[in-house]
Design a protein around this ligand. Structure first.
Ligand code: TNX
Length: 552
């Protein structure tokens, strides 16, 4: 047997290391240099780089124009380059450019899919529609160095992208994030920043929880008291430090609201980023703010208040008065005109039905409609609103509790405490957001002393990443009914935008991958590697994320 010779061994090791270095250089960018979140369906890294420079041109056709213009605007902030966006016919094909074309795009990419090929001479994006072009540009940005996401000033290059071939399309069509602006108010600019970060994660539904017991946040012209009274409370509440928020009016009341012009501005801003805004108007429960303004639509006639420090029961509309339905239909008429999406969310969770038990008008309604009890009255309430919205070509979506045997076939259920499987089996579309995986108001650590006060439970990043939206007990035939899923940000304990970002990221980054990427590609270690790069992007974007990844 040959004797072990340390000199020969270290020589061999040295040669091997040198060969490896040469191989890496020869093969071009190592696979590690592409750290896209959410992970694309297929991504392979090739040799070499594309260098973005002041002379790079963007070549477009009408369907890719808007994505290219947004990209050019974004690139300009960090690079200082004013890249021209030119229609394909007017520019030479040989230019070292970024081409966004539908020519040769596979039809099976679907409306949101894209192909992206980066070679040293050209970046070629193919898609069949506007959303696909937009998502390609989000991936392209993530191929550039993280400092590309600088929001402040021009920073030094070089701007190299590794050569890659990407073929990508989402797993689910509903990839959402819910923001509760009732418990605490967030400004238009804060909402826009949230939308920007959503778009980077290829999320496409912004569920805007606009009304609840503690605040009504959307201007309704026909009922001005909703915002004059319902948008404000005496103090911050929830035992929070009054200084933890800046949402105070000139009279020191706490709260705020969006004018209809501001709502339109946000809807348009979201639309440009391929995000549908889903408005939620809570009913019949969670309605104290509306009832503080218009107590006549409650059973008792009030008083109600938005101020949690006073002992008033949670609000519920009176289901016995026709005037209640006229009021809600008027509100929904204005809401419908502001939001172009297919769905309107009508809440429906946690209805305090005991009020109805003691109300003569509700009891008369039960009798007159041949209903068995208050649970049936709740279904009647949903059905009446459903009929109204369906007649105006809108579909209804509501929380778990709205599920009953008589739901309109087009109504969708948002599962937070179960019922998703049953609803899907009964033929309803379903969006999954079970509390234990999707509630971003839960603690991120078991060491609560080092965390801001949060809702009681615990949802670590790794658990969010392990979420599976399709319920295990759902038969294959009903699986397509699961439209997708979303992360929910309830804000009882989140009084500022920076804390909102701390709770949302990176757990929403993990969820975005659950919603977008193929299930078999889910790999925690690989995600953790990409997250260390992604966190640098979030940092550049001034997002106050909770650091989770080890430095690269
Ligand atoms: C339950 S989730 C609620 C919200 C709270 C949340 C706190 C749902 C439909 N209703 O009103 O904010 O728990 O985690």
């Amino acid at each position: 047997m040959a004797k072990f010779k340390p000199g020969v061994f270290s020589l061999a090791l040295g040669v091997a290391a040198a060969l490896l270095l040469v191989a890496i250089k020869w093969l071009g960018a190592p696979a590690e240099s592409a750290a896209v979140v959410p992970l694309p369906q297929h991504l392979s890294t090739q040799r070499g780089h594309f260098r973005l420079g002041a002379a790079t041109r963007l070549e477009v056709e009408p369907t890719s124009q808007s994505a290219a213009e947004l990209l050019a605007r974004r690139l300009r902030i960090a690079t200082g380059f004013a890249l021209p966006v030119l229609s394909q016919r007017s520019s030479g094909v040989e230019d070292a450019g970024i081409l966004l074309t539908s020519k040769g795009a596979h039809q099976d990419l679907g409306p949101e899919g894209y192909e992206l090929e980066v070679t040293p001479g050209q970046v070629r994006i193919r898609a069949t529609g506007e959303a696909g072009f937009f998502y390609a540009t989000q991936t392209l940005l993530e191929l550039l160095p993280a400092r590309m996401f600088s929001v402040h000033a021009v920073v030094p290059g070089p701007w190299l992208m590794p050569c890659v071939r990407v073929e990508d399309r989402p797993r689910f069509t509903w990839r959402g994030a819910m923001l509760d602006v009732s418990r605490h108010f967030f400004t238009v600019d804060e909402v826009k920043k949230f939308l920007d970060v959503m778009a980077l994660h290829k999320l496409n539904v912004f569920h805007w929880h606009l009304t609840d017991d503690q605040g009504w946040r959307i201007e309704i012209k026909k009922y001005p008291r909703l915002t004059q009274v319902g948008a404000w409370r005496k103090r911050i509440g929830f035992n929070l430090d009054p200084k933890s928020s800046t949402a105070y009016g000139p009279d020191a009341r706490y709260g705020g609201f969006y004018t209809q012009d501001q709502v339109r501005e946000i809807v348009a801003y979201a639309q440009e980023r391929h995000i549908t805004v889903l408005p939620e108007i809570e009913m019949p429960g969670h309605s104290s703010a509306a009832l503080a303004a218009y107590p006549q639509f409650s059973c008792s006639g009030g008083p109600y208040t938005t101020d949690m420090s006073e002992a008033v029961s949670a609000g519920v509309y009176c289901a016995g008065k026709d005037a209640t339905f006229t009021f809600l239909e008027d509100v929904l008429t204005e809401v419908r005109q502001l939001f172009p999406g297919e769905f309107i969310h009508i809440g429906g969770d946690e209805v305090p039905r005991h009020n109805w038990h003691n109300c003569p008008l509700c009891q008369a309604r039960i009798k007159q409609e041949g209903l068995a009890n208050e649970r049936d009255l709740e279904s009647y309430f949903v059905r009446r609103i459903e009929t109204f919205l369906n007649a105006h070509n809108r579909r209804v979506i509501g929380w778990s509790e709205i599920r009953n045997d008589q739901l309109a076939p087009s109504t969708a259920v948002m599962d937070w405490i179960g019922g998703g499987t049953e609803a899907a089996q009964a033929g309803h579309d379903v969006v999954m957001c079970p509390e234990e995986y999707c509630y971003l108001d839960f603690y991120q650590s078991l060491d609560r002393s080092r965390e801001p006060t949060a809702a009681g439970a615990y949802l670590p990043l790794s658990k969010a990443y392990a979420f599976e939206p399709v319920p295990a007990n759902l038969g294959a035939a009903a699986r397509p009914r699961i439209l997708g899923a979303q992360g929910n940000l309830w804000t009882e304990y989140i009084p500022s935008a920076s804390q909102l970002e701390y709770m949302a990221f990176p757990r929403l980054s993990a969820l975005s991958e659950v919603f977008w990427s193929p299930k078999p590609s889910r790999n925690w270690r690989d995600f953790a590697r990409r997250l260390s790069v992604h966190e640098q992007r979030l940092k550049q974007l001034d997002v106050n994320f909770r650091p989770e990844a080890k430095p690269p």
